[in-house]
Design a binder for this molecule. Structure first.
Ligand SMILES: [Zn+2]
Length: 264
């Protein structure tokens, strides 16, 4: 499932190619991908910006925005060939953007620009752009909650952009047991977690995201990510820090990797 580093890597490629191009026409061919839309605007104009919050991309035109959520298996591809999983086609002046999604958990949402903030306000602060005030809000929520830290970080309403792979990585690097309840964490531990969120995400973006062995994630021009070669604990059997055995457990049926020695 594409997480913040994958979506940001996709954003950068699309920004380089599509910015300032006119969208001549578009078509969303699948009902489920189109499920939120009442608008079907024509004459969209020029793409002015591609903005990311959490795992969502906003294509901002003069009056209208398209929001893309890649869900579990969504992909944005440039000038590639259509398949039976292509559910959206965007004909720009010089390039064609395809939205493919095998499992159809993703969506394309069409909103007026002034409605986008309502949508974005419903999710928590972007995990790469945490301010002191957004950290305080997260702490306040965490101190009043008994949910496991791993679940807390995966909930996009608390903080946005993190998914299963990077939460595993962040908690390992922070030496935090994923089963701890959020109210049990000290403010020092939270500082460590916040700083490691930044560290891990930055590095993963530099590596263009993680392509696992299922090969579902690739960049809009067809390249794969490289961060799978830098994962600290996800998918591993032996702890690189203490050489102990890594356990694979499940929280909410999500694979949870942990080293009992390192993550007390
Ligand atoms: Zn260890």
């Amino acid at each position: 499932m594409p997480e913040l580093p994958e979506v940001e890597s996709v954003r950068k490629v699309l920004e380089n190619s599509l910015l300032h191009q006119k969208l001549n026409r578009y078509k969303i061919t699948d009902k489920r991908i189109n499920r939120f839309n009442v608008l079907n605007p024509k004459n969209i104009g020029v793409l002015n910006d591609i903005i990311r919050k959490g795992k969502i991309l906003q294509f901002k035109f003069e009056n209208i925005s398209f929001l893309f959520h890649l869900g579990m298996s969504g992909r944005l591809a440039l000038n590639s060939s259509k398949s039976k999983h292509t559910h959206g086609i965007f004909n720009f002046e010089n390039d064609i953007l395809l939205f493919d999604d095998i499992r159809k958990f993703g969506y394309i949402k069409i909103l007026k620009n002034d409605e986008v903030h309502n949508h974005f306000d419903s999710i928590g602060p972007d995990s790469l752009k945490l301010t002191q005030s957004s950290k305080n809000k997260i702490l306040q929520k965490a101190n009043n909650s008994s949910v496991e830290i791993k679940k807390f970080l995966l909930n996009q309403k608390n903080i946005s952009g993190l998914g299963n792979i990077y939460v595993n990585e962040i908690l390992f690097l922070s030496k935090v047991n994923p089963f701890l309840s959020t109210f049990e964490l000290t403010s020092d531990t939270w500082e460590t977690i916040f700083s490691n969120i930044r560290k891990i995400l930055k590095k993963a973006i530099k590596n263009n995201g993680t392509t696992l062995s299922d090969m579902t994630y690739y960049l809009p021009l067809g390249d794969y990510g490289n961060h799978q070669n830098n994962l600290l604990i996800y998918g591993r059997h032996i702890c690189f820090s203490c050489s102990g055995k890594i356990d694979k457990l499940f929280i909410d049926s999500r694979a949870t990797y942990m080293c009992y020695k390192c993550q007390k």
